[in-house]
Design a protein around this ligand. Structure first.
Ligand SMILES: C[S@@+](CC[C@H](N)C(=O)[O-])C[C@H]1O[C@@H](n2cnc3c(N)ncnc32)[C@H](O)[C@@H]1O
Length: 223
């Protein structure tokens, strides 16, 4: 049986993700359905907006595939409760920020940090286009231009941190310091043989940290 990764509508994209059990909780399904990916791709009329594939959004950058957004929020879900504080490092199009905002609500806060200033401007436009202007105006969503390798201390500590930038050999201490107790982080890590994996880093209420590999990954450069 083959996976269907092509969708011609939002409905088709979601039935595809649910069918493959990539979305398996009601809150994630509801949050992802509230976000229209067409508002985050380069051209709203793009016929591939609902494909489950990464796509170029300019500046040599891609919007992640929807199943990666689903994977991230399903794994962070316990810490994406209403009122939670969240950091998305490498926020790109703003699409994942929007999904996380839908989970933490207007009483929560989602900070997206992105190194390309033009993309930060574009991501804010995308979020407004997707009906989230009020969240930007109230500060429930904050999009910051900067180097996310240092996290973003002013918004912390965070209940959940999603790291969407290149893997590093060690989990940066600054990011660990910005994780609340309890809190959870998803981060790509490169191992001793250059193999990459996404790890779930959990800090308990006493500050004890545990690590667990949740997915092997292999990034390819799209041209
Ligand atoms: C795969 S894209 C993910 C985009 C986002 N999750 C989305 O779906 O639109 C990774 C993003 O991380 C950004 N990035 C890479 N290194 C960074 C850094 N050191 N600080 C902040 N952003 C960075 C890239 O510019 C890119 O937009």
């Amino acid at each position: 049986m083959a996976w269907r990764s092509i969708g011609t509508s939002k409905e088709e994209l979601f039935s595809n993700l649910c069918y493959r059990n990539l979305i398996h909780s009601d809150p994630v399904e509801k949050a992802m359905k509230a976000v229209d990916r067409a508002n985050y791709v380069r051209d709203k009329r793009d016929v591939h907006a609902y494909d489950d594939l990464p796509q170029s959004i300019g500046f040599g950058v891609t919007i992640s595939a929807p199943h990666m957004h689903a994977f991230a929020v399903e794994h962070l879900l316990d810490f994406l409760h209403p009122g939670a504080r969240v950091l998305d490092i490498g926020s790109g199009s703003g699409c994942l920020v929007a999904v996380m905002h839908r989970l933490v609500g207007d009483t929560g806060k989602v900070v997206g940090i992105e190194r390309i200033p033009e993309l930060v401007i574009r991501s804010k436009r995308n979020l407004r286009q997707d009906g989230l202007g009020h969240a930007l105006d109230s500060g429930a969503i904050e999009m910051v231009a900067g180097d996310g390798r240092d996290g973003y201390a002013p918004g912390g500590p965070y209940d959940a941190i999603h790291v969407g930038i290149s893997a590093t050999a060690t989990v940066p201490q600054v990011m660990l310091d910005q994780l609340a107790s309890p809190g959870r982080m998803l981060i790509p890590v490169v191992g001793p043989f250059m193999q990459e994996a996404i790890e779930e880093i959990e800090k308990d209420k006493d500050g004890n940290v545990t690590r667990r590999k949740v997915m092997d990954i292999c990034y390819v450069t799209l041209t």
